[in-house]
Design a protein around this ligand. Structure first.
Ligand code: F0G
Length: 457
């Protein structure tokens, strides 16, 4: 059979409130053309993020009823710890309320001012937590990872040569750890190969530098290794995951992604002294080490989710359905980051809307139009999000790419929802030359994309 069906049935449904074009034009105006400021009830298909938006299974809901809310040593904690240990293989598991809390604790325990942390590409919260320590977050993805249209099976790989150079230049004492983000979210959701993980690990170990994995989308990365890397086609995903993490000394995780949960995360390490320090910090802001920032029922939902996400029927459907969206719009002429990522499709708005210069925000223009036309919420990942000011002149510097991300929540939308998204994008693409840019009317000093207000030009 050619059709890959959703490998689940629907037991509970959530109403989508229909809106008209006129309503959406008013809603956009009132929100200052910033999709973050639109209430979710006014969105038809919400592709803002795949984080915390998954539909939980009946098994997860059942496990939640069994959540043990004891402050110390709850039954749910032991289930959680055992599950994380058995999948990832690390000695110490530190529960946190989400990924960035794990990052904050890790970098507070390891980074000092003047340090450098290399990664394939840091996610914004990772970068922010490193910079908050006065350290430098360095992106060392391979050159192919920065070219939207270049096809490469593992565009998330780190440039091993560049890493060796950085270690040579900075010295290992200024590099408290090296990170690999799987999949590389900020670089188009592209996977990292096992060979690259092994090679980066060898470099790290030969210099005595710990290697950490940002594990958010670990199962999607493992499945892409199975599909694309020689020697892995017949290996169970669980074994591939175990091998990936065997090359690392620890990991950070947001269970809001491949944990199939709506909240949760953890930090792992094999270093007992470091773990002790991290648990002390955990108690300050997250909670006692047997629950971190989570309720007992959250621990249950994550433990069940981590098992379910390794189901290969699920992963096959997941990867195929993301590709379905990417390939259908690409066939219609829409320029996307190739190949489609594991959790999202990224439209190259600079290539699609050449009439809009980067500082008139082509990604913003496209994402507003997708909402206006079809009620689809995407997110601009371009100069609105990553534009910087020249410290000398104050002039605005555009981002390297102008992308619009369509992130697919896990197990939430059906194929007909995705067909609707394809149709809407192709219709907007047909009349792309009529789209105009935007100017920023009001903005905050930091992370302006969350609150800025825009005016159409
Ligand atoms: N690392 C990566 C690669 C991420 O994609 C995210 C979150 C985090 C860390 C932080 O995790 O949100 O649980 O604190 N990414 C979301 C997104 C927000 O939309 O891509 P968190």
């Amino acid at each position: 059979m050619k059709t890959i069906i959703e490998p689940f049935k629907i037991k509970a449904v959530e109403k989508i409130r229909m809106t008209t074009l006129e309503e959406r034009e008013r809603i956009l105006r009132e929100a200052g053309y910033n999709l973050f400021l639109i209430p979710a009830r006014d969105v038809l298909i919400d592709l803002l993020t795949d984080s915390g938006t998954a539909a939980m299974s009946s098994q997860q809901w059942a496990a939640m009823m069994d959540g043990d809310e004891a402050y110390a040593g709850s039954k749910s904690w032991f289930r959680f710890e055992e599950t994380v240990r058995s999948i990832f293989g690390f000695n110490h598991v530190i529960p946190t309320h989400q990924g960035r809390a794990a990052e904050r604790i890790l970098f507070a325990s390891t980074c000092r001012a003047g340090d450098v942390v290399p990664n394939n590409t840091h996610f914004d919260t990772t970068r922010a937590n490193i910079e908050y320590r006065g350290a430098e977050a360095l992106d060392l993805v391979i050159p192919e990872g920065k070219e939207a249209s270049t096809i490469h099976p593992f565009k998330g790989n780190m440039d091993a040569h560049a890493l060796r150079e950085v270690i040579g230049k900075k010295g290992k004492s200024r590099i408290p750890l090296i990170m690999l983000t799987v999949t590389n979210n900020s670089g188009g959701g592209q996977p990292v190969s096992m060979q690259n993980i092994r090679e980066i690990s060898e470099i790290a170990r030969s210099h005595g530098i710990p290697l950490y994995i940002d594990a958010c989308r670990f199962a999607e990365n493992a499945y892409l290794i199975k599909l694309r890397e020689p020697g892995y086609a017949s290996k169970p995903v669980r074994d591939i995951v175990r091998e990936m993490f065997s090359y690392a000394d620890g990991c950070t995780m947001s269970a809001k992604k491949d944990g199939l949960a709506n909240i949760g995360g953890f930090l792992c390490t094999n270093d007992s002294r470091l773990a002790e320090q991290e648990r002390d910090l955990l108690i300050l802001t997250e909670g006692f080490p047997t629950y971190g920032g989570m309720a007992g029922r959250d621990l249950e939902a994550v433990a069940a989710g981590l098992e379910e996400v390794l189901d290969e029927d699920y992963l096959n459907y997941r990867i195929v359905s993301t590709q379905y969206l990417g390939n259908h719009i690409a066939r219609g002429g829409v320029p996307i980051v190739q190949p489609p990522g594991g959790h999202a499709v990224y439209i190259d708005a600079r290539a699609m809307l050449p009439q809009i210069p980067p500082l008139k925000y082509p990604g913003q223009s496209l994402s507003c139009e997708l909402y206006r036309w079809a009620g689809i919420r995407s997110v601009e990942i371009g100069s609105v999000m990553f534009g910087r000011r020249d410290p000398a002149t104050g002039a605005e510097i555009p981002a390297a790419m102008e992308l619009v991300r369509l992130a697919i929540p896990r197990r939430v939308y059906t194929q007909s929802h995705i067909d609707y998204v394809v149709e809407a994008i192709l219709e907007v693409h047909e009349r792309r030359s009529s789209l105009r840019g935007y100017r920023i009317a009001r903005q905050a000093l930091f992370l302006r994309h969350f609150s800025a207000r825009f005016e159409p030009l």
